[in-house]
Design a protein around this ligand. Structure first.
Ligand SMILES: Nc1ncnc2c1ncn2[C@@H]1O[C@H](COP(=O)(O)OP(=O)(O)OP(=O)(O)O)[C@@H](O)[C@H]1O
Ligand SMILES: [Mg+2]
Length: 290
């Protein structure tokens, strides 16, 4: 669905490239996470992919066509959730979606009715309230609903769960998974390593305009973690302090000390020691997430 080779981009008037020779491909049906610290070039890349920024160097193919050959018809196929919600603040949520739906052309049969989408993202109330009076989380959810209006086969979502409480973030993540089950492709930009780990088939890390690595979250966590398990267990009564034990994963089933510990202690937890995605990021880039 997306093929990027050696993509470079400098903002007008800037001497230095903001995007410095990045390459990646995204297959149909994939959720691809684009991760990196603030200012690293995530939103700039998304804007290049959706044709908002032009005059780039390198190769950019969207849905099997060179990006230069796409005109406005690209927007029939893609859905975009921008980083900062940009709604018509004096209109209600339904009026916002209806107006946006009208941009697809008179008589365009949109597969999702605005009210159906609003219900899906938990915005069925506050019908009369103007969007300018919405909380940040409500604006984000409206932004997300708008990206789905035309039932796009390729979704670009820039920080879709930013500013959402856990319940609303879960609603959005469930819809993203549901989109994938329908065969849609998702380019997901985020700072949130936990969301990326939960949702993405593969993730790419961008730092100062360069990609430092691309892989499946599970592979990265294993590669950068320790091949061991940590067992926290209490040797005696309930009020005794638990001890922390560490065992190599290799041959764990025949490790007699491990088996004895399980049989003679009250085990409180057992955790394999793979790295978290955030640790992978810090380890491989030296950067800290903000
Ligand atoms: N319109 C612009 N003109 C000039 N420079 C810009 C413009 N927009 C962004 N930049 C610069 O490009 C760099 C990358 O910005 P970008 O918005 O892509 O970062 P980001 O990774 O999305 O960050 P965040 O996580 O904070 O959203 C930054 O140094 C930023 O200052
Ligand atoms: Mg951004």
């Amino acid at each position: 669905m997306i093929d990027v080779q050696d993509l470079c981009y400098a903002y007008p008037g800037q001497d230095e490239d903001t995007i410095r020779g990045i390459s990646f491909s995204i297959a149909a049906g994939e959720i691809f996470g684009f991760l990196g610290p603030s200012g690293s070039g995530k939103s700039t890349t998304q804007k290049l992919l959706i044709g908002l920024l032009r005059n780039y160097q390198g190769k950019l193919q969207i849905m099997d066509r060179d990006a230069h050959t796409w005109d406005h018809r690209l927007y029939q196929h893609i859905g975009v959730g921008f980083e900062l919600p940009n709604h018509f603040s004096k209109l209600t949520r339904l009026e916002n979606l209806q107006l946006f739906a009208s941009f697809y052309g008179a008589g365009a049969e949109l597969p999702h009715s605005p009210s159906e989408l609003l219900e899906r993202v938990g915005l069925q109330d506050a019908a009369k309230q103007r969007v300018g009076e919405y909380s940040k989380g409500m604006k984000m959810r409206l932004n997300f609903a708008r990206a789905l209006l035309n039932n796009p086969s390729l979704l670009f979502l820039d920080e879709p769960t930013a500013g959402l409480d856990p319940v609303n973030a879960k609603i959005i993540k469930d819809i993203i998974r549901d989109q994938q089950q329908q065969g849609k492709t998702v380019f997901l930009t985020t700072h949130n390593m936990h969301d990326a780990d939960e949702l993405c088939n593969r993730v790419a890390f961008i730092v100062e305009g360069e990609l430092s690595l691309i892989d499946e979250p599970a592979v990265l966590k294993l590669r950068h973690g320790q091949q061991s398990v940590e067992v926290i267990a209490r040797p005696g009564e309930e009020y005794t302090q638990p001890d922390v034990h560490c065992f190599e994963l290799d041959q764990l089933g025949s490790n007699q000390q491990f088996i004895d510990l399980l049989n003679s202690n009250t085990v409180e937890s057992i955790h394999s020691q793979e790295a978290t995605l955030e640790e992978v990021f810090i380890k491989t880039t030296g950067a800290r997430l903000t």
